[in-house]
Design a protein around this ligand. Sequence first.
Ligand SMILES: [Fe+2]
Ligand SMILES: [Fe+2]
Length: 501
Amino acid sequence: MPFLFTTMNLISSCSKIGILVSPEINPNGIDCDLLMDYINSLDEKPFIINQEFLNGFFSKNDFFSKKLGSDLKVVVNEKKIREKDCSCVEVVKNHELNNKVKTINDWFLFYSNRFKRLKKMLDSRQELRNASSISSIKKIQAKTSVSTIVLIKEISKTANGHYIIDVEDTTGNASVFVSANSELINECENLVHDEVIGVLGSYNSNFIYASDFIFPEIPDSVEKKGGNDEYACFISDIHIGSIDFEKKLFENFIEWLKGNSGTASQKETAKKVKYLFIVGDLVDGVGVYPGQEKELEIKDIYKQYDALADYLKTLPEDIQIISIPGNHDALRQSEPQPPLFSDIAKPIYEVSNIKNLSNPCVVNIGKTNDFAGLNCLLYHGFTYTYYASKVPKLLNIGMDRPDSISEFLLKKRHLGPSHKSGIITPGVFDPLLIEDVPDVLATGHIHTLGYRNYKNVSIIAASCFQKMTSFMEKLGHHPTPGFVPLLNLKSREFKIMDFSS
Ligand SMILES: [Fe+2]
Ligand SMILES: [Fe+2]
């Protein structure tokens, strides 16, 4: 349930940011967070909240559906769009370009909003029902049991193997101590900077002695099945334009999808593919890394998109293509990346059955009269190399099993909790926060195939159509070009197609 606030709460919230509230309005039923987010997103803040202003807010936010319990969340600049424009693909969340100059205040709002939303998720946990703020904990008697929800600032390990974790919330700072002999010591290895967790323990002499950590985690849920017997196919990192583009493998894949190659059973599978996801790095781009020009076969970015469009235009029209950009595509690197620019990637927009969306985004596929469809969270995966190189338990497996990184991040309910793990443009809402649990999480970027089911989320790490490059070698990638994962919407089973030779 959204947080409902009264007249007093509205006046209090607005007075903090210098806005008056007209006595004529009735604020009962308004979601405080949503209204504050809306106000903060406006270039020109209102002088007074009156009924006219609220009417504008209601119309922009479909307030009445919220009042009835729906979960429309994203407003104004970064919209959660619900536009149904074909029978089987519905865009749930897409980030449009927002070129507004960002200020320190935007960063402050961005991080406080993220903290507030993750705290809300943790608040509902039984163990954290009585969670206290850091300032309240510091006032209580020593050796008392405490629970709190905090953001991790710093993690250090002493020479004796103890962990000291500096944490903060909106009321202050504290240090959490975990003894080297504690069962919790292994869990410390999974902590990362800037993530939000619950801490249980006891307070004494300025330290919280931790007995357990609570992560936002995704809940156990029933696997959503029951759509049509059809497949979603996931590819990424095609890197057209690179001298290392695996042209032959890609053409084999395209021919199979068109029904022109493969065994009878493989052709039967191809016929059932109704969705093709391209999870970023469609082309190799230009100027992405030093010396890249020597590794480009097509040096003109327009021609790179042209070459890809020539392939996509030949695919059957009943296949819905959903494409997002990656860090090699010709647009800003910071996330959320808006959809591909329609001028630079004009030929891609001319493909009749393609939907160009942002990175990340959410789409629903396969909805029928008696099946709610699958919500697919698509993220290129730029942050993944950071976690594969920083988190001890991912050090040896992350680059070979990128699906293990997805599982790790689902537990944190965030695709890039550490500020240093990616490049962010702060908006009203954190694009990498996983508020609604998806049915499918699809990524790319690592160039290595991975797939698993985690708590009934189908995790897919799409592979690539590019050989090992010198740049990838430096980053420690182990590419598996030509392997293509499929997901059956009815059975939720994976099928791997091999175009690697
Ligand atoms: Fe890539
Ligand atoms: Fe990439």
